[in-house]
Design a protein around this ligand. Structure first.
Ligand code: SF4
Length: 484
């Protein structure tokens, strides 16, 4: 049986995945090995996922972003799911969670794994409910069967809501919004109906055996995460976190890579404390957060409310951010929503990486700023986080080709362009040469800068449909956010 990345790291082995990640992240391979061995980083990399370009999740590395896709009872087909997958990767997702609950679950999952250059995550309890036809009818055997089958299919990480326990449920009674995690609510119903402890908790060791066999990373779900500011940092949330800390130790002892999921909705001033608490309770295991949203008053703009929280969380040490779209709490996101959500989260991740001094992170900013000051509009578009949007906004007022070399844009106009005025003044004083003759930023010499710049340059997207095939497709059908 092939060992897991954490087992091999503990044995002192630098695996090919670790070599690859060292190049992508501007670190020494030995550094990557040590972070994985200590459990501070994970490399979701199922042995059966042949198309994967390995990536690493850990606070010592560039902040990662996850996008949720998936079908429902009413939508959609396998081809459409592959288009969503490609679009998510194109707009910069580092991992993709398949939250499908309808249609041909196995076919969709297998197609996603076969075509994805990024790790695929799932929430097995969804399929268990579907097969049992109701939450309370799920059996221990069925749960293990679903997890084993998904592991065999090549899923790289699984959300396992093993931390929500019977004794935690009364702690949610005074909440404003109760239990908002879909997995958490399913398991709470199961425990209440069956009068037994969470089966994911009681069977956790058996689950670890399956995960270790295939090197599936455990993503310990936060079934009791707060669904509003008033419920943040409450007794229920932290009681579950303590259990997640215990389970982190259990998983590591059994050679399973593990990360921990987190809230949700948290006031800005409580986010750092939340991250530090998770890091202490879970012994530095990577923290994978949803947002968090820092205010509840802006439905329609929750990609912004949550990206603010996500930036703060990443700054404080969260390793991966699950994106939120403008449709959060309101409806199914369409293609534009997914694009906006991913853009917001790439900004959050990158802003935190710059502030945290990640190797090479600011090279991208410097290169774009140089192009901006040089009025090199084409280079600006090329370097922009969303090149198509930057170009189209410029074209709205100055579409002609000659304006792509103009020393102004329509924002201030030719007469009042401050950069043009500044350059003319420096020219007159003979000072411009100190700027124009200085060496520019060489992004090609910065592996981290080019690897982490969306559209993500190093993912092998040759196995997924051409980008033109995604235009106009509505996705994903499953609302990301308070549903996993
Ligand atoms: S016109 Fe204003 S916004 Fe446009 S390039 Fe000049 S300074 Fe920048």
């Amino acid at each position: 049986m092939p060992a897991t990345q954490i087992e091999r790291a503990r044995n002192g082995e630098v695996t090919p995945a670790m070599e690859r990640l060292a190049a992508r992240e501007n670190h020494e391979p030995e550094f990557v090995r040590r972070e994985v061995a200590e459990g501070r980083a994970v490399i979701p990399n199922n042995h059966a996922h042949d198309s994967l370009d390995p990536m690493v999740i850990g606070r010592a590395f560039a902040t990662k972003v996850n996008a949720n896709i998936g079908n429902s009872e009413t939508t959609s087909g396998v081809e459409e799911e592959l288009e969503k997958l490609h679009a998510a990767v194109h707009y910069g997702a580092d991992t993709v969670m398949d939250l499908s609950t309808g249609g041909k679950l196995d076919t969709t999952r297998e197609a996603n794994v076969a075509h994805s250059p990024v790790p695929i995550g799932t929430v097995p309890i969804y399929e268990a409910v579907k097969r049992a036809e109701s939450a309370d009818a799920i059996t221990h055997e069925l749960l293990l069967d679903v997890i084993e089958k998904q592991a065999e299919q090549g899923v790289d990480y699984m959300t396992i809501h093993a931390g929500i326990l019977m004794e935690h449920l009364p702690l949610t009674d005074g909440r404003k919004t109760g239990i908002v995690s879909r997995g958490g609510s399913i398991l709470a119903e199961w425990m209440e109906e069956n009068g037994m402890q969470n089966p994911l908790y009681t069977k956790f060791e058996a689950i670890c055996e399956i995960l270790a066999e295939h090197d599936v990373t455990a993503s310990l779900g936060d079934g009791l995460r707060p669904g509003c500011l008033a419920d943040a940092s409450d007794e229920a949330q932290f009681a579950e976190l303590d259990t997640l800390g215990e389970l982190t130790g259990t998983a590591r002892e059994r050679g399973v890579q593990v990360m921990v999921e987190g809230p949700g909705h948290v006031p800005l001033d409580e986010i750092t404390e939340n991250v530090e608490r998770q890091q202490a309770v879970c012994d530095g295991a990577p923290f994978y957060v949803l947002g968090p949203l820092v205010t509840d008053v802006a439905p329609g703009y929750d990609h912004i409310t949550s990206a603010i929280g996500a930036t703060e969380a990443a700054r404080a040490g969260a390793a991966m951010l699950c994106y939120v779209t403008p449709k959060e709490h309101l409806g199914l996101p369409d293609a534009d929503d997914v694009r906006d959500g991913l853009a917001a989260y790439r900004i959050a991740a990158h802003a935190a990486d710059v502030a945290n001094g990640r190797p090479g992170a600011r090279d991208w900013d410097d290169a774009l700023s140089e192009a901006r000051y040089e009025f090199d509009w084409r280079r600006q578009f090329e370097l922009a986080l969303d090149p198509d949007r930057a170009r189209s906004y410029h074209d709205q007022t100055l579409p002609e080709d000659n304006y792509k070399e103009a020393r102004f844009c329509s924002m201030c106009g030719a007469e009042f362009c401050s950069m043009r005025i500044d350059q003319d003044a420096r020219d007159a004083d003979g000072e411009m040469s100190s700027i124009t003759e200085s060496e520019g930023t060489d992004l090609d010499a910065s592996a981290a800068a080019s690897a982490n710049r969306p559209p993500v340059g190093t993912h092998d997207t040759s196995r997924v449909p051409d980008r033109t095939e995604v235009d106009g497709v509505a996705f994903p059908s499953e609302a990301p956010g308070d549903d996993d």
